[in-house]
Design a protein around this ligand. Structure first.
Ligand code: ATP
Ligand code: MG
Length: 575
């Protein structure tokens, strides 16, 4: 039973002063959430209803694929995290504390350690496998930049699931089932979304996908060909064919050109009257932990119109990467601003887009102040390895289809962990021959709060939120105009009862107050369907109806006689 007169729904005309993201503004204004501190948010009744509807969808889809619900503590012994190495590897994001006995504890930011530890104690034989477990539990993360309302908070609920298999084929099969379940979750939630290949990051492991909801507040950039139908990937891993650049024919040997003061690509392009894409920029970097580039300093060459993606570079070079400083390069390569591959006493790597551009003459630094070399030919004039490390840009192509780049927020992700956690935590099983193997694992996360906020980002207008009907706090808002106790109010009560009996989730605005402010609140809160009971239509035995998305008023309203049937029919086409 939900009457606005008895509901805590503190709507506001103005958004909080610091709110930039539209979901932050609207969720506070609509009375869904309130902030307690940096990255700490409380959910008020209407907001929590939306959150729990998302939770309900996720739970159904997890159970549909046979995953079993459990609950594990947030407060955990640090010991487990020490065994997997994450206690030391993770920086300030992990909350570390001591209990009264001075034991190291952590507040879990995810539950691989906890889950794997239990499974290690329970599973003995291949007969105990495969299975899958999930829970909805709070995660604590001391995010460096909590932002955008509930999109990035320091405490949030996650649905995290884990799969346990005897081999990679088993993992692949469960992974595919989760992909299908995730697709159903986002479809049912009413989001615009796509699945992209992603980096495995701190989770470790093999393959990973992210689920992205395009929206202005998104922190990731996603590359899409044909809106995602042909190709979709996070910029951090995306590859595409570069836009063409015509290179001049190459002379027999490189030619020295005086280029005084041209330390930037823009200046060099203007000076030589060449497009930036026909010039090569040089990035000296220092790699550590790499087998292939054990020596440290590496010179990266990139087309002048391209930028490097740090994540791709680290992966390509097989270690952690930082910019080289002047002392590290002056003797072995040359002076900054005029660096080039010829004569450099370090390994040279060339971005794949440079090769893909075709044959012809490139311009590179001459490793001498105020001098460049023109007419340089890859391979002929210097040796190199090819790496794919540049950021794809809009207009590049995948299989001939041009790509666009959109901001998006990650609403979920799935990882093939393999044995990243089962090995250090001794989660093993015995096979038919009595041989011991590490359990092969996957992990699968979704942030319900992000689904809620992403829906607000995607579906709103100048008047407020226009919820997808599957996750709206209320499906229908009935607004009774006129005075409390009057004819309209009485009719609104009857409508409210009838629609509830018909199975709808209904909010009744039974407050005293003007029509203007009631309707404004209804538009702000954004129930997918609004029924307004006012004097004029009531006289004709009808009520007004509006589909919130697109503010579509139903011509002539709906008849009071047989109202629930009319509403049911209309509901079919509510998005
Ligand atoms: P991000 O790259 O956005 O920080 P993540 O890779 O850290 O996300 P996971 O650790 O894999 O995310 O968590 C799984 C899901 O939990 C994410 O897809 C997202 O929906 C949600 N999530 C992660 N961090 C937050 C946060 N700080 N606030 C709210 N939801 C979050
Ligand atoms: Mg994160």
């Amino acid at each position: 039973m939900t009457r606005l007169s008895q509901t805590l729904l503190p709507t506001e005309r103005q958004p909080p002063a610091d709110a930039e993201a539209i979901s932050h503004q609207l969720m506070v204004r609509a009375g869904l959430v309130r902030q307690m501190g940096a990255g700490l948010w409380s959910w008020l009744p209407a907001g929590w209803r939306a959150h729990q509807r998302v939770v309900g969808i996720i739970r159904e889809e997890m159970e549909r694929i046979g995953s079993q619900e459990v609950l594990m503590p947030v407060l955990q012994p640090a010991e487990l995290w020490k065994r997997t190495g994450r206690y030391d590897a993770i920086g300030g994001e992990l909350f570390r504390l001591k209990d009264r006995r001075d034991a190291d504890m952590v507040l879990a930011m995810t539950h691989e350690e906890a889950m794997t530890n239990h499974v290690a104690q329970i599973v003995r034989s291949y007969r105990d496998l495969p299975f899958s477990l999930f829970h909805f539990q709070i995660k604590e993360r001391d995010e460096p930049r909590p932002r955008a309302g509930v999109l990035r908070t320091r405490e949030f609920i996650m649905k995290d699931a884990y799969t346990f298999d005897r081999d990679e084929a088993g993992l692949q099969a469960q992974y595919e089932r989760f992909r299908e379940a995730y697709a159903r979750v986002y479809d049912r939630s009413g989001l615009r979304w796509y699945e992209v290949e992603s980096d495995t990051g701190m989770m470790g492991g093999k393959r990973a996908h992210e689920y992205m909801a395009p929206c202005a507040a998104g922190e990731d950039d996603v590359v899409l060909a044909d809106g995602g139908a042909v190709y979709a990937a996070n910029v951090e891993v995306a590859s595409a064919d570069p836009q063409p650049v015509t290179l001049p024919d190459a002379p027999d040997a490189p030619v020295r050109v005086e280029t005084p003061g041209t330390r930037t690509i823009a200046k060099l392009a203007a000076h030589l009257d060449r497009p930036a894409g026909a010039l090569l920029k040089a990035f000296p970097v220092v790699v550590s932990g790499s087998e292939a580039y054990a020596d440290g300093v590496v010179l990266l060459l990139l087309r002048g119109d391209h930028e490097v993606v740090d994540v791709k570079l680290a992966k390509a070079l097989g270690g952690t990467v930082r910019q080289a400083n002047e002392d590290e390069i002056r003797d072995r390569i040359g002076p900054p601003g005029f660096l080039g591959p010829i004569g450099a006493d370090v390994p040279v790597v060339v971005d794949a887009a440079v090769e893909a551009t075709g044959t012809g003459a490139w311009v590179v630094g001459a490793n001498e102040t105020d001098v460049h070399l023109d007419g340089v030919v890859l391979g002929r004039d210097f040796a190199y390895d090819v790496v794919d490390v540049r950021a794809v840009v809009a207009g590049d192509t995948v299989d001939g289809t041009p790509v666009t780049i959109e901001p998006a927020i990650e609403v979920g992700n799935i990882f093939q962990l393999m044995t990243r956690y089962s090995e250090p935590l001794d989660a093993t099983f015995l096979d038919e021959d009595g041989k011991t193997h590490a359990i092969v694992m996957g992990s699968y996360g979704i942030g319900p709060a992000r689904i809620v906020a992403a829906a607000v980002e995607q579906f709103h207008d100048e008047r407020g939120i226009a919820w997808p009907k599957a996750i709206a706090p209320y499906e229908i808002e009935v607004v009774g105009l006129g005075k409390p106790g009057g004819d309209e109010a009485a009719a609104a009560e009857r409508v409210y009862d009838e629609l509830r009996e018909a199975g709808f989730d209904v909010l009744l605005d039974d407050r005293a107050g003007g029509a203007g402010s009631k309707l404004a609140d209804a538009e702000l809160l954004g129930a997918p369907l609004r029924i307004t009971v006012g004097k004029r239509s009531l006289a004709d035995g009808r009520v007004e109806a509006q589909i919130r998305r697109g503010q579509e008023t139903i011509e002539g309203g709906l008849p009071l006689d047989g109202l629930s049937d009319a509403v049911r029919e209309l509901w079919e086409r509510v998005p």
